[in-house]
Design a protein around this ligand. Structure first.
Ligand code: SF4
Length: 347
């Protein structure tokens, strides 16, 4: 598959947010990569919508309402009107400004999916030594196979606290100058938990070459695009093919002495003034997190139909952009109507 695309990559050169807004980065971790190669040719279970991987952000949105996530994929035109999405876009600019505080970014032309993945690997190779020397890195990519599914995401920030612990920080920007309610906070906690799971498994050497090649259906022997090769050479890695880069990445990771994440932190800031609202520490419970993840993956693996919100969370529907077309909400309203009628007749 040929792509004529460009993506942003960290560099020592600094550019401004305004320059970047004119050509916004295409970090589409939510939609997954659609490939035409047959899923049947591999032993890896196929995912709905022919996705090869799932983004951590997408899975955390699923904690709010699964039906809403599916409508977002099936009805992109309605999705664009979602006020929450507009808020997300505003947040993206704040994230970008923070990223530019620690490094600049360059635009890299990519020709293939292998180039896109290679770019993430180069970014990680660039950041690993920085993190090893105790400095802060931002927008650190993570990926791996969890519960049989390839997941990927981008960690907002990794840094060390005064005790020398590795802190994973996720910045959330808010329209209102207050901490989020319980339902929203649930998704945020799930998100940082997944990031820790992926990061820890990378530094423990649990991510194997075949995981990346097989799940993403990548061609190891493919020659990398000219700009990607130059980008790699810029950090001292001279490679010609995707395979060579992957080997260099896995070797560098196995030789690194990066620790697992010790502390998970959510930081909330107000979109209006970019001022700090508060920070919340998140407890990590791997058993609970994996059980929750397995529940969401059942849908993606085709083991069940999508679910909307429970009756007691019906308040979520009143601010949902899909309220008018949602069959889950309609059938729930009928159910409530029938229950009320039965109560009236026999109560
Ligand atoms: Fe989910 Fe309610 Fe929106 Fe339907 S209307 S997608 S159930 S939040």
């Amino acid at each position: 598959t040929r792509m004529n695309n460009s993506i942003m990559s960290p560099t020592s050169e600094h550019v401004t947010v305004e320059q970047l807004k004119q050509s916004p980065p295409k970090r589409n971790e939510e939609t997954g990569v659609k490939r035409k190669r047959d899923a049947e040719e591999s032993h890896i279970p196929s995912l709905r919508f022919r996705k090869l991987y799932l983004g951590v952000s997408l899975l955390s949105e699923q904690t709010w309402c699964e039906k809403k996530v599916i409508y977002g994929i099936l009805k992109p035109q309605i999705r664009k009107k979602d006020k929450q999405r507009i808020e997300v876009q505003t947040g993206t600019n704040i994230h970008l400004a923070r990223e530019l505080e620690v490094h600049g970014v360059v635009q890299i032309n990519i020709q293939t999916h292998e180039d896109a993945v290679a770019n993430s690997l180069i970014n990680m190779l660039n950041m690993i030594p920085i993190l090893e020397t105790g400095q802060c890195v931002r927008e650190f990519p993570v990926f791996g196979v969890v519960e049989g599914v390839y997941l990927k995401g981008i960690i907002d920030e990794l840094s060390y606290n005064q005790k020398g612990e590795l802190v994973l920080k996720e910045l959330k920007t808010r329209k209102h100058e207050s901490l989020p309610g319980a339902a929203q906070a649930l998704g945020h906690r799930f998100q940082v938990g997944l990031y820790k799971l992926l990061f820890d498994s990378l530094v423990r050497g649990e991510v194997k070459k075949e995981h990346i090649l097989e799940h993403l259906k990548l061609k190891a022997s493919l020659t990398l695009g000219a700009e990607v090769k130059t980008h790699a050479a810029g950090i001292g890695i001279n490679v010609a093919t995707f395979d060579e880069l992957l080997d260099a990445f896995l070797l560098s990771l196995s030789c690194s002495d990066l620790p697992c994440v010790d502390v998970l932190q959510l930081e909330y800031c107000y979109q209006g003034s970019s001022s700090f609202i508060g920070s919340v520490s998140v407890q990590f419970d791997e058993v609970e997190l994996r059980a929750e993840l397995r529940g969401y993956l059942e849908y993606w693996k085709g083991q069940r139909e999508p679910k909307g919100v429970d009756i007691e969370e019906g308040w979520k529907c009143t601010s949902c952009v899909y309220e008018e077309i949602c069959d889950w909400r309609t059938s729930r309203s009928r159910l409530i109507g029938c229950t009320a009628l039965i109560g009236y007749l026999f109560g």
